[in-house]
Design a protein around this ligand. Structure first.
Ligand code: LER
Ligand code: MN
Length: 285
């Protein structure tokens, strides 16, 4: 398991849901706090200068965990369930650029609110449009060894795919191996029957995790039971990224520091548990 924090560059909308802004400063800052990587919130691939980004990553030993796409929805106003074919073409084009970038950075691209909503259209129509765009992009991504991760988001933000079970059902309809889920425990606290239990039950579909406490502050600052979540992740053997996506409160530095202070020891203990189990399970001889 590796630990990341969500960041955007300086030009991102104020609504971009990240802890730090400005790649140049936040990558070394996150490294100093003990994170293994950064999740990049992008709108289009040309926001990144690859030579520059690679230099900042190499200098700090950091990785990109995932490219997140909330700004494709919030800033560009695009979504997979759009009724206009031209606008669906445009979202495919933007995602192809982000998938190309992910080949070098993280090998993972998220689908959050950009999946779109049902609104007043018949559910089957919206779902069929989502499936067609998702299949098209999964096939493009598979050739490049990139995985797409669909994030269930709570009902107060969107009306399509609110919990993990709904996410799994849609994954089965899309039927592509490189489409996984990105559960966010903040949304799960609102929508799912349990958090740890649901994660463990559907672990084969989980590609990535967003962590925040019940109040969307740093883990440890609310009432989410992270001991239970980590116990379930350990017994199910989760070995992917966990990424801190929290409100930058009381300020970005304090929030990122609180999250790292709470999570770093738990991630390290989790990795020791996985290693020990692997040794015990290895054939003797
Ligand atoms: C995005 O990862 C997310 O969790 C959404 O709630 C942002 O609006
Ligand atoms: Mn999230």
């Amino acid at each position: 398991m590796k630990l990341a924090v969500a960041i955007a560059d300086t030009g991102a909308l104020a609504s971009a849901f990240v802890v730090f802004r400005g790649f140049r400063d936040s990558i070394p800052k996150a490294a100093r706090l003990g994170y293994d990587g950064v999740e990049l919130a992008l709108k289009t691939a040309d926001e990144v200068n690859p030579a520059q980004l690679t230099a900042w990553l190499d200098e700090t030993g950091m990785e990109v965990s995932c490219i997140s796409t909330g700004q494709v929805f919030a800033d560009l106003g695009l979504s997979f369930t759009e009724s206009s074919p031209e606008r669906r073409e445009r979202v495919i084009e933007v995602f192809q650029g982000l998938i190309d970038l992910a080949v070098k950075y993280g090998k993972m691209v998220n689908i959050g609110r950009v999946r779109g909503s049902i609104g007043s259209q018949p559910r089957e129509e919206a779902e069929a449009r989502f499936i067609s765009v998702a299949q098209n992009l999964c096939d493009y991504a598979a050739e490049r060894h990139v995985t797409l991760v669909l994030e269930p988001v709570n009902r107060y933000e969107i009306d399509f795919i609110n919990n993990v079970q709904q996410g799994v059902a849609l994954l089965k309809k899309v039927d592509r191996e490189n489409l996984k889920l990105m559960p966010d425990v903040f949304h799960m606290n609102i929508e799912d029957t349990t958090i740890g239990g649901e994660l463990a039950r559907h672990l084969e579909h989980v590609g990535y995790l967003h962590l925040a406490d019940s109040n969307r502050l740093a883990p440890g600052q609310g009432h989410t039971d992270f001991e239970d979540i980590f116990d379930h992740l350990a017994s199910a053997g989760y070995d992917g990224w966990v990424s801190v996506e929290i409100l930058p409160k009381p300020d970005p530095d304090t929030a990122a520091q609180q999250a790292a202070h709470f999570l770093r020891p738990r991630v390290d203990a989790h990795n020791i548990q996985l290693q020990t189990r692997r040794k015990e399970d290895a054939p003797r001889g």
